[in-house]
Structure formats: C-alpha cells, structure tokens
Design a protein. Structure first.
Ligand code: NZQ
Ligand code: ZN
Length: 386
C-alpha cells in the first residue's frame, strides 16, 4: 500500500427534488452567478426555467453553447464575463463538459493572463471562484473530482487541469435529470465510468478493500446501465448509476493503490483531440485492445481477478485463458450497449495514427506506467482498434 493524502471537499446533495436547496446553497457564495450550460438540453427539459425561478433573487450572467469535449474558447469567454462583471460563483448545469468548462472558467476568472497558462501548468492555479453544479448526465465523475478536461482543436490538444481549487463546492445530483439522456450518451457514460475504475484496478499495488470496491462499482454500472437503456426513466437504475459515476473517478475507491498511468485515457484524449469523438465511445473501443497489449506474466494476476470476480470465469483455468476470456467479455459487453466498437465506425482511419501515437507516448511519456508502452505499442493498439 502506498502513502496517500486524500481530501474531497465537495458536498454531494442527492435525490429527487433536491434542487429546491439551490438558493440556500448559492446564497453564501454571493449574488452574482455565471450560469454555464451546453447546447440546449436543459432548456428542453425545463431545468433552465427552474434554475432561473429558484435564483430570481440573484444576478445571473450566462454562458451557453458549451460543446462536448469543451473547447478552450468557451473558457476564455466565461472567464472574461466573470472578470468584467465581478461574478461571485459559477453554476454549471449539464454534463461533464459543462462542468469541466466551468472549472477552468472559475480558475481563469482569478487570473489576469491567458487561462491556457493555468491549464498547461505554465502558471500554478492558486485560486478559483466557487463552483456549484447540477449534473444532468452520469459519466465523468467531474462532480466529485478536481479535474477539468479542455480541448484545443487548433493544436490537437485535449488536456486536464487538476487542482484542489476546482473541486466543486457542491454537486446537486437528481437522477430524474438524467432520464432524458440518449441511449448513446447513457452507454458512453457507463463505458467512461467503467474505464475510470479500470484505470485504478489494473495497477500494482492494490488492496483487498480497493479491489472489492472497484469490482462493486463495475458490477453496479454493468447491471444498471442495461436497465437504464431498457427503461430510461427507471429511477433506481439512474440513481445507482449517478452515484457509481461520482465514485468511479474519485480516489476514494483506490486509496493506497499504485499509480497506473491512466493509459486508456491518455490514448482516448488524443483521439478526441484530433477527431472530437465522444469520450466514452473512444474508451470502449480502445480498452479491449489496450488490455490485450498489456497482458503479460506481470499483469496476468490482475486480469484473473477481474475475470473471476466480474465475469464468473472458472478460476481453475490457465491464467492467460481466464485473462483472454475476460477481455473478450469486456468487448462483448460494450458492444451489447450499442457502442460502436471500431475507430472506423466513429470516422477515424489510419491517417494520423503515428502522429497520435507520438503525442501519447513520445519522449517516454508512458514508460513509468504500471504497464509501460512505447510509441510503437500505442500505434499497434490504435491500428488494432481500426
Ligand atoms: O450540450 P447539451 O445540450 O446539454 O447536450 C449534452 C451533450 O450533447 C447531452 N446531455 C447532457 N445531459 C443531458 C443531455 N441530453 C439530454 N438530456 C440530458 N439530461 O449529452 C451530450 C454529451 O454531454 P457531455 O457533457 O459532453 O458528456 P460527458 O458528461 O460524458 O462529458 C464528457 C467530457 O468530460 C471529459 C471528457 O473527456 C469529455 O470532454 N472528462 C472529464 C473528466 C473529469 N472532469 O474528471 C474525466 C473523464 O475521464 C473525461 O475525460
Ligand atoms: Zn473518462
């Protein structure tokens, strides 16, 4: 078990109707609020009107049109609105993209220069406006972590600002707001959250406690995503998915585990940076090929545990047979959710594989991971995913 220093200062307010607490949650933070949202789903569902009604005593500024894989331009625009109007707090209403954008806005609002300096760690983030979110999609876990993933398509960079200053002050989690999420985004969100657990589970050392928690989260997502796809308004399934996703990206289920290097995510972020694909779909496509590539004498024990405990594979079989069956089942599971399982199906061909592999693993970037990969290894994973 390795040393850790853990703190998640975010208050989670969960359940049907908890939005009524919004005015009380926002009041201590100030009167001037930047409301950030995406392409309009919150207007269709009525959530936008509800928020404005509840915050009628506040002065509301708005930033709309935040795209999936949030773009840097929205961060600049939001930070400018905050600075020009002395905004007190940022309220994100939407999915992970809206919240991630809001986090970088909150940091950028407190910095006089270009927010890109903060996102790329040229300048340390030393403060941020308070952030509150109302989540409408279960996926990223941004509601319970300190990450803000921002894309610059002009540079083919999708990168993550991680700072204790951008933990949300409060996350409002009402599962009923996720009833309208499409089948496609529901499946992609589940794949993303499962991948967050894989990034914690396929490493060394781990503990019995962490393995058990990780396996429980994976099983819960696998079961409940099927129910939610069948019946999008099943409250209990949506509720469990919402909590699963919040926990999956938080280190609470992996305290004391060794770092893995988050390799599947490193690969997917390059795919999104070049092709703007849906994050969870990119992960589902890459994951079985990444698993196959890292399967070795060193890693086989992890795959055996995964195969036996998640998939019920006979523990008496040869360890590599268990591992390969488990990887096959992982692929079949993602496919059964309706996820496109080849890069070709999401519009990616082999044209930029070498360039992306170099961005991902060049300069030995993945050499200190649990299962180190070279540029050639990553290019092979990408080619196998075509
Ligand atoms: O923009 P609107 O109109 O709101 O529509 C969104 C968007 O088109 C829609 N949607 C959201 N809630 C809905 C809904 N549609 C109907 N009903 C609802 N209730 O869903 C679409 C996708 O939304 P998005 O926010 O992009 O999805 P997600 O939550 O999966 O976020 C993905 C982003 O988060 C990053 C990803 O890389 C990607 O940029 N990640 C953030 C992480 C973090 N902060 O810790 C970790 C992850 O590994 C990930 O990298
Ligand atoms: Zn992810």
């Amino acid at each position: 078990m390795v040393n850790f220093d853990y703190c998640t200062p975010t208050r989670l307010v969960f359940g049907k109707g908890v939005i009524e607490k919004l005015p009380a949650i926002m009041s201590p933070l100030g009167k001037k609020i930047l409301l950030v949202y995406g392409g309009g789903s919150i207007k269709k569902t009525g959530l936008y009107d509800k928020v404005l009604e509840l915050l009628s005593d506040f002065e509301i500024f708005e930033l709309s049109g935040v795209e999936p894989n949030p773009k840097y331009e929205s961060v600049v625009e939001g930070a400018k609105i905050c600075r020009e109007n002395n905004v007190d707090a940022v309220l994100a209403v939407g999915g992970g993209s809206v919240l991630d954008c809001s986090k970088s806005i909150a940091a950028g609002a407190k910095y006089d220069g270009d927010p890109w300096d903060l996102i790329t760690y040229k300048v340390p983030t030393t403060s941020a406006l308070p952030i509150v979110d109302i989540m409408t999609l279960s996926a990223t876990g941004s509601e319970y972590d300190a990450n803000s993933v921002i894309s610059r398509m002009d540079l083919n960079i999708k990168t993550c600002l991680k700072s204790d200053h951008i933990f949300p002050t409060c996350s409002i989690l009402d599962p009923t707001y996720t009833f309208t999420v499409s089948k496609r985004q529901t499946a992609a969100g589940a794949a993303d959250a499962i991948s967050h657990v894989f990034e914690k589970y396929f490493t060394s050392p781990t503990t019995d406690l962490n393995d058990g928690m990780c396996e429980a989260v994976i099983k819960s997502i696998m079961k409940n995503v099927k129910v939610a796809l069948e019946n999008p308004c099943d409250y209990d399934a949506r509720a469990e998915l919402m909590v699963d996703c919040a926990l999956a990206c938080n280190n609470i289920i992996a305290l004391g585990n060794g770092a893995s290097g988050w390799v599947a995510h490193a690969i997917e972020h390059a795919l999104s940076a070049y092709y703007d694909i849906t994050h969870g779909e990119g992960l589902a496509i890459i994951t079985p090929h990444w698993m196959r590539k890292i399967l070795s004498e060193k890693t086989a024990d992890r795959f055996v545990k995964y195969g036996v405990n998640i998939w019920g594979i006979d523990p008496g079989l040869d360890s590599f047979e268990i591992a390969n069956k488990a990887i096959d089942k992982t692929y079949e599971f993602f496919r059964s959710l309706g996820i496109p399982m080849t890069l070709g199906e999401v519009g990616i061909d082999d044209a930029k594989i070498n360039e992306m592999a170099n961005d991902i693993a060049g300069d030995g970037k993945l050499k200190n991971c649990y299962a180190p990969l070279s540029v050639e290894d990553v290019a092979e994973i990408l080619r196998n995913s075509l």
